[in-house]
Design a protein around this ligand. Structure first.
Ligand code: ADP
Length: 433
């Protein structure tokens, strides 16, 4: 019997699945774009529909031979559920900053400079739930409730075991990924706000760990084998990193999407709140990185995708325009320069659009190189090889320009989707590094 593996990506605009065989070859891809919604409460049923739909779209002959499934969700999208896994409140999404109101309280609980000290962290959202004034947002005080991340809840719908998470999703909850435990400050802080007999934090395991076989009810409904294992998940951006296949310290993935995101695999964790740098655990290694506000969105401000392609072809990547831009849409950046007042530098602007584009591509490449330099200065393993994801990855001229600034091997890879990274997690039953 041939085995197949499903990776499911819950992104911001929809759900995708990728089914692969044990060699990593893609045999099926499905998707479910999210329709517009007015109330986040609708998302609970929408996510469930999307999960089942992307699986049911997979041709039956593959579905009948699925060995394992792993799901990635958006980081810091969270839910509170009753003991049957029924959400008690509308989920709070990754980018929802309502918890700005609890930042002062959070400061008293968490160590300074900890990643949870942000209005969008999972812990800030949990504390918001625990302290919200309006009764309809308060978790029930007299009965048990479970705090879960999006990926945890979706996996629960398949395996039926409530209260399990992975250490990627749990980082922004304050879980100590180095010592693999909830730290005392977190337990003590939450105890001062609620009864921890009633509030269940998830048990945290390594991403990709086999949790349980699919429930027999869901196996029948989705026509998956009863032996199909559901694995612990990860976050969307780590799944996208895993898709690259980068495994060795010094290898990195640059995402050239609307913004510029760097992720460097390192022997040593690097954390620095000033620059928004933090590290996820990947087995015995660490995935460290940062995000700049520069990126493809600036290119899109001036050029259509077609113009980007045509004008790029006319650029000689070996010649330097010396325009020295810092491309931004609006003022302010955090990484690799932390300055909320930093102004976009897009002058002088040549008449020739090809030259102007060259200046922009070089400017972003320069910021990328500066970013990797900063990570290394802070202790990360030296950069040896860069994989590229995102819309800018398909521009070979830009790759050549970036190579000039980075001076390391540049690698193109085929499967850049987060769903593919989750499918690899399902094959490896672990993070594979
Ligand atoms: P995101 O998911 O972050 O919105 P994508 O990964 O889809 O972004 O990439 C979109 C970006 O890629 C756009 O901002 C666009 O400017 C950029 N892009 C598209 N085509 C090219 C190209 N040929 N060269 C450089 N950048 C490109």
């Amino acid at each position: 019997m041939v085995n197949f593996y499903i990776g499911i990506d819950f992104g911001t605009s929809g759900t995708r699945s990728i089914t692969i065989n044990s060699q990593g070859t893609v045999v099926a891809q499905t998707q479910f774009p999210f329709p517009p919604f007015t109330d986040t409460w609708e998302l609970v049923s929408l996510w469930k529909t999307a999960l089942f739909d992307v699986i049911q779209q997979i041709p039956l002959h593959f579905r009948r031979q699925i060995d394992a499934i792993a799901i990635n969700g958006t980081s810091a999208t969270v839910l509170l559920c009753d003991p049957n896994g029924i959400p008690l409140q509308s989920p709070i999404l990754y980018n929802d900053s309502r918890a700005v109101t609890v930042l002062e309280l959070l400061k008293k609980i968490a160590p300074p400079d900890h990643i949870v000290n942000s209005a969008t962290s999972s812990l800030a959202k949990l504390i918001w739930w625990l302290t919200a004034e309006t009764t309809n947002t308060k978790p029930q005080k007299s009965s048990v409730c479970y705090f879960l991340h999006q990926a945890d809840w979706l996996a629960f719908l398949l395996h039926g075991k409530l209260g399990i998470s992975d250490y990627h999703n749990s980082l922004k909850l304050g879980y100590d990924v180095k010592n693999l435990t909830y730290p005392n400050w977190l337990i003590n802080g939450l105890q001062s706000l609620t009864n921890l007999e009633l509030l269940k934090l998830p048990d945290v395991v390594a991403p990709g760990t086999s949790i349980a076989s699919i429930t027999s009810e869901i196996s029948e409904q989705l026509q998956l084998p009863k032996t199909c294992v559901i694995c612990a998940g990860t976050t969307d951006s780590i799944a996208a990193f895993l898709a690259s296949g980068a495994k060795i310290p010094g290898e990195a993935v640059t995402s050239l999407g609307s913004t510029l995101v760097l992720k460097l695999l390192s022997n040593i964790p690097v954390n620095n709140t000033k620059y928004g740098i933090y590290s996820h655990r990947l087995g015995d290694l660490w995935l460290t990185g940062g995000a700049s506000n520069t990126g493809g969105a600036v290119l899109r401000q001036f050029f259509s995708d077609l113009e980007l392609e045509n004008f790029s072809r006319q650029i000689n990547p070996n010649y330097n325009s010396n325009l020295n831009y810092y491309p931004l849409i609006k003022k302010g950046d955090r990484f690799p320069i932390n300055d909320p007042e930093l102004l976009p530098r897009l002058q002088p602007r040549p008449d020739n659009p090809v030259e102007f584009l060259q200046g922009l591509l070089e400017g972003i490449a320069q910021i990328e190189a500066q970013g990797y330099q900063l990570l290394q200065q802070l202790g990360a393993t030296p950069l040896t090889q860069v994989y590229t994801a995102g819309g800018g990855a398909k521009n070979p001229v830009w790759t050549a320009i970036r190579q000039r600034y980075l001076n390391v091997n540049m690698v193109n890879y085929i499967h850049t989707e987060a769903a593919y990274g989750s499918a690899l997690l399902a094959i490896n039953r672990g993070i594979g590094v």
